[in-house]
Design a protein around this ligand. Structure first.
Ligand code: PLP
Length: 439
């Protein structure tokens, strides 16, 4: 039986009269799943509540930031205290360096860090920095990876563009698009060919640490190390985008997992962070080797600035989130991810629905379809059965489970997903799996 969503429907109609598509970020419109987008009014721990009073176990977690769960008391308290001292000054505040130190302590390859407000800004600045450092124009990105919505990074991007089946964006000039080489992920031969042809013009490769905006697609064993070595042999830099995976896939992001597998001394030059580092408020960062980061103004010739960069409320939320993201929190996240992943797999198998489930630490996703092996690239992910996802999504939503409204997004657990929340998810899964089987 469907939930009462009268007020959400009214608000969607009202919003669509004044906001394009009724939303301020496309995936929220439920375009690929249909139905009434939920207007949420509160969240606590593992739960969110919509404007009609329906409560859901949340597996979106604000698309990542809510690592500790919604409205974690310590985070809310830190933000309230910061707010009581002033909302922002456009000057440095003491906690900015503390946040940078906290991040650097988790990421040994990061020596300097600059705070910005969104992941888009972080990757945009990292690319400008790579071009400034190398004096070269071209950027390599992988199909299905999403790095925010700056012009040069929208070609064959994941996330909302994958959801809407858009190959790129209107409004990007051919000149700008031509500065980005888009290659299939996990294809070392394609990368070698690109460097053979354009090697001296490539400034950087940008890659998600593990792809997670076309669902989770892991780097194949050896791929990341070979990519870094190839780039460095050719004088290019590597930007590892941890906006989504950072401090979520593990304490040190997906790089913390990958690092164990790469030869000593092989490391990216720059990293980008977002989501968890802002604890739910607008904050992101880029960091890396000092000799490259110090090219940023005011020390160097690469310009970057922001009225709201290092905003004290956002810094307070991020710092408190990271300080509470301790071993216990990662154990809880791991347990929640294990439990949900195992139960989804069991329910789909039980209902005879073919699927592939990939995990990047505590981050995971499910794609529907009969894949001989776990998808390694965007072309394969695009063959998934989106109609089955839609049926599954709505059955879960009706049962009070809020999944990402897209077949191309990862699922996000929080450290607050306790047994009661996990049991509610488990109880909803068999019927949702049967709904997918009936498609
Ligand atoms: N990079 C990655 C890997 C992301 O997942 C995202 C957003 O989902 C971004 C960059 C862009 O971040 P923002 O939405 O904060 O601009």
């Amino acid at each position: 039986m469907s939930l009462d969503t009268t007020r959400s429907a009214e608000l969607a109609a009202r919003a669509s009269r004044v906001i394009p598509g009724g939303v301020n970020s496309p995936v929220r419109a439920y375009g690929s799943v249909g139905g009434t987008p939920r207007f949420l009014v509160s969240g606590r721990g593992a739960y969110v509540t919509d404007v009609d009073g329906n409560e859901y176990v949340d597996l979106v977690a604000s698309w990542g930031p809510a690592l500790l769960g919604h409205a974690h008391p310590a985070v809310v308290d830190a933000v309230q205290q910061a707010a009581s001292r002033g909302l922002g000054f456009g000057a440095s505040v003491p906690q900015e360096a503390e946040l940078a130190e906290e991040i650097i302590a988790r990421m040994p390859d990061v020596e300097r860090l600059r705070l910005v407000s969104t992941g888009t800004e972080a990757t945009m600045t990292a690319i400008r920095l790579a071009r400034g450092a190398t004096g070269r124009p071209l950027i390599v990105k992988f199909a299905g990876h999403y790095h925010g919505h700056s012009d040069g990074l929208l070609a064959e991007a994941g996330s909302g563009l994958a959801t809407l089946a858009m190959p790129g964006s209107a409004g990007v000039t051919a000149e700008t698009a031509g500065q980005t080489l888009v290659l299939p992920y996990n294809d070392l031969a394609a990368l070698e060919a690109a460097f053979a042809e354009h090697g001296e013009r490539i400034a950087a490769i940008i890659t998600e640490s593990a792809a997670a905006n076309m669902g989770v697609v892991l780097p194949q064993p050896g791929f990341t190390a070979a990519m870094i070595e190839l780039a460095h042999r050719n004088g290019a830099l590597v930007i590892v985008d941890e906006v989504l995976t950072g401090f979520r896939a593990s304490r040190s992001g997906y790089w913390g997992i990958e690092q164990e597998r790469v030869p000593a001394g092989v490391a990216p030059d720059l990293f980008t962070f977002g989501k968890v580092v802002g604890g739910g408020l607008p904050l992101a960062a880029l960091g890396g080797r000092a000799e490259i980061m110090d090219l940023l103004a005011p020390l160097g010739p690469v310009y970057q600035a922001g009225t709201l960069s290092g905003n004290p409320l956002a810094v307070a939320a991020g710092l408190t989130t990271l300080r509470h993201a301790d071993d216990d929190a990662y154990r809880a996240l791991g347990h929640a991810a294990d439990t949900v992943a195992d139960e989804v797999a069991g329910a789909l198998t039980g209902a005879g629905v073919p699927f592939s489930l990939q995990r990047a630490g505590t981050l995971f996703s499910v794609v529907f379809g009969d894949f001989a092996e776990a998808p390694r690239d965007y072309a394969t992910v695009q063959q998934q059965n989106v109609a089955q996802h839609r049926a599954f999504f709505h059955a879960m939503l009706d049962a009070g489970i809020n999944l990402p409204p897209s077949a191309f997004e990862a699922w996000f657990v929080t450290a607050a997903h306790d047994d009661a929340a996990l049991e509610r998810i488990a109880a909803a899964l068999p019927a949702a799996a049967r709904a997918a089987a009936a498609v």
